[in-house]
Design a protein around this ligand. Structure first.
Ligand code: ZN
Length: 261
């Protein structure tokens, strides 16, 4: 047992070492009570007994100090963690407010440029300063989901989480097929937005005019019944094609963003 430690070494002992040291001493004491420690390191002399009492006192004080300082350090760490979390909350709140202010100002600039109307070439005006310019740029077409329940199944994936025993791995597929009762979570339905976007950009033949681009208009009363007049197909606007529709979704093509240079 190493009980001849200097002050530096005393401080460097861990809680584990301190408790081990104390346990060892307790065992030594218990043993001393049984055999009287009259052999190795025995208590035969007054000197030995006094030395042991001093050692017990010193070790007990040291282990108590260690427990206290350990608790103090844990409390300090808890405090630091709590302060860090509060600081994090404060920063997150500040970032959200800054972001909201930036978005508000960007919207103001977009509304301002839109209110000025397009120029002679049909383009939005650029607001030029001495060193910087504000302008609008068109966003790429994006899908807006109006009602995901209306979107057809062909555009949806279903994720199912099933819990089965590893011992029946070979029967896994069969189990999944009949696993309604074993579902951990309700099936997760997700829309494949890329596929919806591709579908919305598809052009289909116009059925209203049979790809002619024109439709026959019922003759006016004044016109002869055998001489029907023709007019541009209102469905395809004469293009002979119409964009594919996906229920519950639409393609947004008129969104703009602010460009600051
Ligand atoms: Zn048409």
């Amino acid at each position: 047992m190493n009980n001849q430690l200097g002050p530096q070494e005393v401080k460097s002992l861990s809680l584990y070492d301190r408790e081990a040291e104390w346990k060892q001493l307790e065992e030594l004491l218990a043993n001393a009570c049984l055999v009287g420690l009259n052999e190795e390191g025995g208590l035969e002399t007054q000197e030995n007994a006094e030395a042991l009492v001093a050692l017990v006192e010193k070790t007990f004080l040291a282990v108590q100090d260690k427990r206290d300082s350990f608790c103090s350090f844990l409390a300090w760490l808890e405090g630091q963690q709590h302060m860090g979390e509060q600081e994090q909350e404060r920063l997150e709140y500040r970032i959200k407010r800054i972001e909201a202010a930036r978005k508000r100002l960007e919207k103001l600039a977009i509304d301002t440029i839109r209110s000025l109307g397009p120029d002679a070439k049909g383009k939005w005006k650029r607001l030029e300063g001495k060193t910087s310019t504000l302008s609008l740029a068109k966003n790429p077409a994006s899908v807006e989901v109006l009602d995901d329940k209306l979107i057809p199944d062909e555009f949806k994936d279903i994720t199912i989480e099933v819990k089965v025993s590893a011992t029946i791995a070979d029967k896994l597929i069969a189990t999944i097929v009949n696993a309604d009762h074993a579902l951990n979570k309700p099936p997760l339905i997700s829309v494949r937005m890329k596929d919806v976007a591709a579908a919305l950009k598809e052009m289909l033949p116009c059925e209203d005019c049979g790809e002619l681009g024109v439709v026959s208009k019922p003759p006016d009363e004044s016109e002869v019944i055998h001489n029907p007049s023709w007019s541009v197909c209102p469905k395809c606007n004469g293009d002979k094609q119409v964009p594919r529709q996906v229920p519950g979704a639409r393609l947004v093509t008129d969104k703009v963003r602010l460009v600051r240079k």
